[in-house]
Write a protein that binds this ligand. Structure first.
Ligand code: SF4
Ligand code: SF4
Length: 331
């Protein structure tokens, strides 16, 4: 991922914007509206589902934390995405088993371990033979399931990976994002996973003044001090996301951008994954294009994986900011 990011950064258009700030603000309101055409009338980029390699489940938006810039706006009170049930997850995995060449099941939230059905859905995914990735903050909700996790590890080994969010390698920056007293329990949870021999990873971020190498060096020192078994140089084990300013204008992505930026549509998350969510008040769980757009109805694709097996138009600012230009991907 680090190589991809730096490659994209090198290929990003440079030089002064052709628009004054007022013109840019006016243009931004017109952007990302038409799924087929940009505000300038160019053909909008789109991404087909090449292979459903990873099927994500958003287990619910409730979280024990309320992080300052959580893109899910998760909190102890946000239940806009209600808890999925184990039966709903099983329905989608049945379809993946039968009709898709799916390799991996991902669970995200909110905090997945808060969902009362989570142990059942996790066990089901592993029993079916999938690789499983769980995104967690490693705090109390996860620690309540230590015995169950040990049992799953004994049965399935490294097919279960738990990825822990540590917003920075310093307590101050982590707690600046996640709140007071959030550092020590996260480190303790990560150490427990490491000591117990789980397959683990960390999701972190660069501060604006840090480059990838500086951030990896900082995490490497932390892992050494805490005796945590993660190679900070391995981009699969330490996944670093750049800090994004969501208030800044971004260009729209046209079909010509793939060649200009030297980015393949197949490198974009919605080419290889979908996510299942259940909205509060909805009759059924539904499939959305990716983990980054859980709330936008325009990116909801139906109530089966078959219905979601079609092309996604990149008409959301996240498509440009996070995926095509920023190179960040939750998976
Ligand atoms: S722990 Fe994760 S899901 Fe929960 S509020 Fe923080 S960023 Fe959002
Ligand atoms: S945000 Fe990224 S992964 Fe999601 S639909 Fe847009 S380009 Fe695809």
């Amino acid at each position: 991922m680090a190589d991809t990011q730096s490659k994209r950064a090198r290929n990003m258009p440079t030089g002064p914007s052709p628009f004054t700030p007022q013109e840019a603000a006016a243009l931004a309101q017109e952007k990302f509206r038409d799924p087929l055409v940009t505000a300038k009338g160019e053909a909008r980029a789109h991404v087909g589902l090449h292979r459903l390699e990873t099927l994500w489940f958003n287990t619910g938006s409730l979280c024990n934390l309320a992080c300052a810039t959580c893109f899910m706006e998760s909190s102890p009170t946000n239940d806009a995405l209600v808890y999925l049930t184990a039966a709903e997850v099983a329905r989608f995995m049945d379809e993946a088993d039968a009709d898709f060449d799916t390799r991996e099941i991902g669970f995200t939230g909110g905090e997945p371990f808060m969902n009362p059905d989570f142990p059942a859905m996790l066990g089901d995914a592993l029993d079916r033979g999938y690789d499983v990735l769980v995104l967690s903050n490693a705090m109390k909700p996860m620690r309540r399931h230590e015995a169950g996790l040990e049992t799953l590890k004994a049965a399935h080994g490294n097919r279960l990976t738990i990825r822990i969010s540590l917003d920075h390698y310093t307590q101050a920056a982590h707690e600046g994002e996640r709140g007071a007293n959030s550092w020590a329990p996260a480190i303790a949870g990560l150490r427990w996973l490491s000591d117990a021999g789980f397959s683990i990873a960390v999701a972190g971020r660069h501060l604006p003044h840090e480059d990838d190498a500086a951030a990896r060096a900082g995490y490497a020192d932390l892992f050494a001090q805490q005796d945590i078994r993660i190679d900070a140089a391995d981009p699969a084990r330490l996944v670093l996301f750049p800090e994004m300013d969501e208030t800044k204008d971004v260009p729209e992505i046209t079909t010509a951008c793939w060649g200009i930026l030297d980015v393949s549509p197949r490198s974009i998350m919605c080419s290889s994954s979908r996510m299942v969510v259940r909205r509060k008040g909805a009759q059924a769980a539904a499939v959305v294009a990716c983990t980054l757009l859980p709330y936008d109805a325009a990116f909801e694709m139906g109530t089966t994986l078959a219905a979601a097996n079609h092309t996604v138009s990149l008409n959301h600012p996240h498509c440009a900011r996070f995926c095509v230009l920023g190179g960040a991907s939750c998976s």
